[in-house]
Design a protein around this ligand. Structure first.
Ligand code: MG
Length: 349
């Protein structure tokens, strides 16, 4: 039994990540400055976290967004945004088979994600049926496989730490079932042009229990069973998700650090809430496509992004919309603006 579960040394990880971060998205050195430019801002100070032990999860770095600290699922929901039905006890969450994937309420693009997981004991099932779950990026598009790969043979591109169906892990660094294991994942979201064409693919670097198992691996498209479908364009920031593969896999100590320029936080709220906003408000037509709202104005369609349950914004134009629920929660009014001012619009349909 090892005494620590996160042997990734901070300096080591930082150095590796610095050399492999692709040329977009993450913070890049500004080489238009002279070397040793004294006006260059100092890097933000971050208090590093601590490693986990077999019985105690570690502490996240000070700038991390904590997604699960062992106490509640407030950051997690079902796919449609309804409340998360997985069990929480003794500092971990556990998949309840058949209840569906969990996803985060908040959306993330390029990020560093830390997740700890433990496969069920006693180990039951074989191959893909043993301790199967998954950590997904881009909602449910891109899976870093979670599987009990300890003395459990399966196809290589479906074993623990694989980018499912595409990239096997470089090595099998799995611990026995029941022991806590760590994934430290660097995700670069794919980029799409305005016409939907792929500009750059999704990329993953993954450490499993501190061992490098994916090194800037590029995906050909979504990870899927039996299929390698091409990319379909999507918003850069999407919820993260955990898979329900009907095995009681446990998770603890989940935190994320957003990379790249800080923008407004974005969330994917419940479909039911979004549906309460759809309709016609004066010259504005609000609709839901998938888990996102759109606004049609002057014949143009804009994708809307949620910064709070009532405030939404577009990215290609500075359009801001605030829905105004009444005391009964009915939404018959909104306030919207383009670049300046504010227009009140009443629901007409
Ligand atoms: Mg899986």
């Amino acid at each position: 039994m090892q005494t620590t579960l996160s042997p990734v040394h901070g300096f080591f990880l930082a150095a590796v990540l610095a050399t492999i971060t692709p040329g977009h998205g993450g913070a890049q050195p500004n080489l238009t400055r002279p070397s040793h430019d004294r006006t260059q801002p100092s890097p933000p100070v971050v208090t590093p976290g601590t490693s986990s032990t077999p019985t105690q999860p570690g502490r996240p770095p000070s700038d991390a967004i904590v997604l699960f600290d062992g106490t509640d699922l407030s950051q997690w929901v079902s796919q449609d945004g309804s409340s998360a039905p997985w069990k929480v006890r003794d500092g971990y969450m556990e998949c309840v088979g058949g209840t569906g994937y969990l996803r985060t309420l908040r959306n993330f693009g390029d990020c560093q994600l830390h997740v700890e997981w433990a496969a069920p004991v006693p180990a039951e099932g074989v191959g893909q049926g043993r301790g199967n779950s998954g950590v997904f990026f881009g909602m449910t598009r891109y899976e870093v496989q979670v599987l009990d790969s300890y003395q459990n043979n399966t196809y290589a591109d479906g074993s623990a730490g694989s980018l499912y169906g595409q990239h096997p892990p470089l090595v099998n660094a799995c611990r026995p079932p029941g022991e806590w294991q760590t994934y430290d994942i660097l995700y670069t979201a794919p980029r799409f042009a305005a016409d939907g064409a792929l500009q750059s693919p999704a990329r993953f670097t993954v450490f499993h229990n501190g061992v490098l198992i994916q090194h800037n691996a590029e995906l050909t498209g979504p990870t899927d069973w039996i299929d390698r479908a091409p990319y379909a364009p999507h918003a850069e920031k999407q919820p993260l998700a955990l898979q329900d593969h009907r095995n009681p896999v446990r998770f603890r100590n989940i935190w994320v650090r957003e990379l790249g320029p800080a923008g407004k936080p974005e969330f994917t709220f419940a479909d039911r809430l979004l549906d309460s906003y759809t309709g016609t408000f004066g010259s504005l037509e609000i609709a839901r496509e998938g888990h996102q709202l759109t606004a049609k104005v002057g014949g143009k369609k804009l994708w809307l992004f949620a910064e709070s349950p009532t405030r939404f914004f577009a990215k290609t134009t500075d359009v801001q919309i605030e829905f105004k629920p009444d005391a009964d929660g009915k939404v018959n009014e909104l306030v919207w603006s383009v670049g300046e001012g504010a227009n009140v619009a009443k629901r007409t349909r």
